[in-house]
Design a protein around this ligand. Structure first.
Ligand code: AP5
Ligand code: MG
Length: 216
């Protein structure tokens, strides 16, 4: 059986987590969000968490050596043997280079880099209405994908909150960082023939249908 490795790229709020999770369910491989892993480090108060807390809260990137080590550790786990989906990794040239080396060492092939394209206005709306579960990390949108009961997670009953980096000031910084550090990767993967551009406007289901059709 072939090993399937995907990367999801796109601006903050483009729907990377939402779509990567749907694809992961469909394919039966894990969804790996570096943002989720880093937030968990912060929540647990680990040494890594203490190092990255202020960077994440300010909308800046965590240091490459930290994210690369976390990514490598995660994909060495048993559940990644049939493949995995990275969401929000790589985000810099150094991370892209490290991923290429990791895959080469394991004799694995990057299948596609899904690039979610959507305009800034839509993304700001998505982020300011996003609510995340404190306990299990599930993601909602107050208008497009609301929880059944206000402020309560459908899955685990946990409390919903607005991510610290979804404040308007921080969203602005995240965009700047994205444009400077991550956008150049689009060119890199286009040259490698790996890039799959997906129009990420419209409903969650519409975007997923587009993605699924394009992957077939
Ligand atoms: P991360 O958590 O990855 O944040 P991000 O890239 O800014 O992206 P988001 O998670 O905000 O958005 P998303 O694209 O996943 O959208 P979602 O599906 O939630 O990273 C956070 C921070 O961690 C970084 O700033 C950095 O500090 C650090 N970090 C992470 N990775 C790193 C790395 N590799 N290197 C260094 N530092 C790193 O959707 C958004 C909202 O819209 C939700 O409410 C959703 O329900 C809704 N929605 C989704 N799709 C639709 C749709 N089609 N229509 C309507 N609503 C929709
Ligand atoms: Mg996300």
């Amino acid at each position: 059986m072939s090993i399937r490795v995907f990367v999801f790229l796109g601006p903050p709020g483009s729907g990377k987590g939402t779509q990567a999770k749907l694809l992961a369910q469909r394919l039966g491989i894990p969804h790996i969000s570096l943002g989720d892993i880093l937030r968990e480090e912060v929540r647990s108060g680990s040494e890594i968490g203490q190092k990255v807390k202020s960077l994440i809260e300010a909308g800046r990137l965590a240091p490459d050596e930290i994210t690369i080590a976390l990514a490598e550790k995660r994909i060495s786990r048993e559940d990644c043997q049939k493949g995995f989906i990275f969401d929000g990794f790589p985000r810099s040239q150094a991370q892209a280079e490290a991923l290429a080396q990791m895959l080469k060492r394991e004799n694995r092939n990057l299948e596609k880099v899904v690039y979610l394209e959507v305009d800034k206005e839509e993304v700001v709306n998505r982020l300011s209405n996003r609510r995340s579960c404190k306990k299990c990390g599930a993601v909602y949108h107050l208008v497009n994908n609301p929880p059944k009961e206000p402020e309560k997670c459908d899955l685990c009953g946990g409390e919903l909150y607005l991510r610290h980096d979804d404040e308007p000031e921080v969203i602005r910084t995240r965009f700047e960082v994205y444009e400077k550090e991550t956008l150049p990767l689009i060119e890199r993967y286009a040259q490698e023939g790996k890039l799959l551009k997906i129009d990420a406007s419209g409903t969650i289901d519409e975007v997923f249908s587009r993605l699924w059709e394009a992957l077939k």
